[in-house]
Design a protein around this ligand. Structure first.
Ligand SMILES: Nc1nc2c(ncn2[C@@H]2O[C@H](COP(=O)(O)OP(=O)(O)O)[C@@H](O)[C@H]2O)c(=O)[nH]1
Ligand SMILES: [Mg+2]
Length: 366
């Protein structure tokens, strides 16, 4: 067993390094942000630890790293705690901490992770745990983190960047938009503008105007595709956040409008699909499927604070075939939003503690 550590400005680049040096057979043991920033700006670097079965390639010295110190899943890793020592690992069996593959599979499925994905995760985790002697809990957390594709950081110089939020009614689009606006503007120092295309509901514009006024940001209203294009052409801001009206995913007319608005944006725009964590797996699959005509570039999972079954964190990006961008964790603007990275997803998904027995909650989930 050979373990190697790769650092790069993005997970994607780190994984490319892994593939280039270790080939497709490499197992991802752990991925994490070296600087635990949760905001989508500034330079952060990512670390991937990869393992390969068998002896090391002859052209390189063996670099067997010590297992990372065990961390509590509920707390972000302190910056720069990467273990530097390299030493041979004891050969330990998976399940020594009393958790078998079947048990972990059941736990993930209970947390609403799609069964086939849950199986892939525990299988890979077990191989890593066996090979490295790491506890299964740690190996599962790492594989959960590796199972969710995340987005590259938004660079400020690629301006203006347009980000549009779409999704069903009440999923938290406007609230998430306000959180992002406040963080980028007040903490990041970006020049942010808001646009709303939600001219359907009485009070929708006022809701966003309240946030815009609080943070001191311009708010434009675009009634249709033409007006949105005009706004996009004249905007010189670092970030233009565009809100849309939620609608029933089965409403074809409204979906066509959402699609037209999304396609009216310049090529560098990102459309984020906003879905709540508490929705049933079958409903989520249907919902994500309903947006297949909209060019979804990323997913935001909201209301993870309202459920313990947070499989949507993995399922939604998988079904939307788009990376996870943000996780919304409560109603508070601007605090309750976290940048989605593998470690954060694993922390929310695997939050310790037993879940209520299936059925005990009745039909409480929306
Ligand atoms: N618990 C919880 N509530 C949220 C979250 N995000 C939004 N909400 C609430 O969900 C409701 C609908 O939010 P809103 O942003 O208006 O949804 P929209 O219709 O998609 O724009 C509001 O009461 C929000 O405070 C979240 O992450 N957690
Ligand atoms: Mg709204």
């Amino acid at each position: 067993m050979l373990l190697r550590r790769y650092t790069a400005p993005s997970i994607r680049e780190a994984l490319a390094k892994v593939r280039a040096e270790m080939g497709d057979g490499a197992l991802i043991v752990e991925t994490r942000r070296v600087r635990p920033w949760w905001r989508r700006w500034g330079k952060a670097s990512f670390e991937v630890i990869a393992a390969l079965d068998g002896p090391s390639p002859p052209d390189r010295p063996s670099m067997v790293a010590a297992p990372a110190p065990q961390r509590e899943l509920s707390r972000p890793a302190p910056a720069g705690d990467a273990p530097q020592a390299r030493l041979p690992l004891p050969q330990a069996r998976a399940g020594e901490d009393g958790s078998s593959r079947a048990e972990w599979f059941e736990r993930l499925v209970q947390r609403d992770v799609e069964a086939s994905l849950a199986w892939e995760i525990v299988e890979r985790a077990e191989r890593v745990a066996r090979a490295t002697g790491r506890p299964m809990a740690e190996a599962v957390a790492a594989q959960v983190g590796a199972a969710v594709p995340t987005m590259p950081l938004w660079e400020r110089q690629a301006r203006p960047r347009f980000v549009m939020l779409v999704g069903p009614t009440g999923t938290g689009k406007t609230t998430t938009l306000a959180k992002l606006a406040a963080n980028f503007a007040l903490v990041g120092g970006w020049r942010v503008a808001l646009v709303t295309t939600d001219t359907f509901r009485i009070g929708a514009i006022q809701q966003l105007r309240t946030y815009a006024d609080l943070v001191g940001l311009p708010l434009w209203v675009a009634n249709d595709v033409k007006e949105l294009q005009a706004v996009a052409q004249s905007a010189t801001h670092d970030l233009v956040l565009i809100d849309t009206a939620g609608h029933n995913p089965g409403d074809n007319e409204r979906m066509a409008r959402t699609e037209a608005l999304a396609r009216a944006l310049p090529p560098q725009a990102v459309v984020l699909l906003v879905v709540p964590a508490g929705v049933r797996q079958a409903d989520l699959r249907e919902l994500v499927g309903a947006y297949r005509t909209v060019p979804i570039g990323g997913v935001v999972v909201t209301k993870v604070d309202e459920t313990r079954r947070r499989g949507a964190l993995l399922n939604a990006p998988r079904w939307a075939q788009a990376p996870l961008a943000y996780i919304a964790t409560g109603q508070m603007v601007p605090d309750d939003v976290e940048l989605a990275d593998g470690e954060t997803v694993a922390r929310w998904l695997l939050e310790p503690g037993a879940l209520p027995k299936p059925g005990a909650e009745g039909g409480a989930r929306a």
